[in-house]
Design a protein around this ligand. Sequence first.
Ligand SMILES: *Cc1c(COP(=O)(O)O)cnc(C)c1O
Length: 378
Amino acid sequence: MADQHWPEVYRKLGVKPVINAQSWVTALGGSLMRPEVLRAMDEAATAFIDMKELNRAAGKVVARACGADMGLVTAGCSAAEVLMAAACMTGVDESKVERLPNTRGMKNEILLFKGQRNRYDGAFEIAGARIVEFGHGDSARPYHLEGAFTDQTCAVAYVIGPFIRQGIGLEKTIEIAHAHGVPVIVDAAAEVPPRENLSRFIKMGADMVAFSGGKGLGGPQSAGLLAGRRDLMEAAYLNSLNLDSPKAGIGRPMKVSKENIVGMVAALELYMDTDEAAIIDGWRSKAGYIVRKLEGIPGLRVVIEDTPVDRQGPQPVIYFERDWKGPSPSEVRQRLLSGDPSIRVGGGGVRDEINIALVNVQDGEEKVIAERLVEALT
Ligand SMILES: *Cc1c(COP(=O)(O)O)cnc(C)c1O
């Protein structure tokens, strides 16, 4: 399509924009920042500051938003996962901080429900920890967790995300872990919106919680939030910002620029004032448009799904029924991807259905998506 917006910076590199109906995925650039965020980052680039001071000040904004003792802007949720693991192993002992990823003399086992294993959890091990699984692939009982503690357990990790199983649930996990004197660290990367999730898991008793900054929060793609209990957060600071110690810590390769810190704070503050309901209504009306255009194609069941956690906002989902005679879901995906503009849709989740995540679909793009879907399907 000749009239598609192609920013000059990408044109010069020969990289074409795509329509992102796949959600806040890293592979397509996370999310788009609002002009206020970009202006804040521009301004941040015009002066030098003391980075420790800036981190502490930004951390206070994060702490307030999350209802936690302390907060920190990190280089994404994955970086926050590294720091949570490191903090639980070292505490505020600087000799231990210096030693990572060698965990000699430290507790280094992180318990994780087998059904919550995911492509990001390797971040928990980067600092030298070892993941110890409990439960089965699809279910767990409290006694599975109980039986997994050893004198080397430093944390219980808990992951919340689309199509990730809940196992015994966060509440029970916290109850059992705390009875063993062990902290619970939570990966809630993509769980905002809703806004109340920023403080929800801390309120439930989680000791540390991590979010992506470049997903629903609309901050820089390589930023994230970490919030939690004071002693563990001080330990996270030590592991990432021991800027004047002789040896840089495990967090050094995950530094956050002053521009990204300021951009993240601006995005977070904007988000706290955002009319979430209006945004979600916008997604719903785009979903309605697409579903109407796909009505009555035999062999397809097209519905709007709005299940919290699994689906990020209301979105059309196309199920291919047994009597479907057209192209396979993967062929439809390929047709959308290889067209102009390239359209990237979701990979389903339940089976091989196609889901159209609307969180990153710009106004008007729903029309292009609907038209191209009809073409690809018929
Ligand atoms: C996206 C995601 C991450 C990684 O977050 P980044 O901010 O991209 O580092 C980690 N865990 C889960 C469950 C995610 O969805």
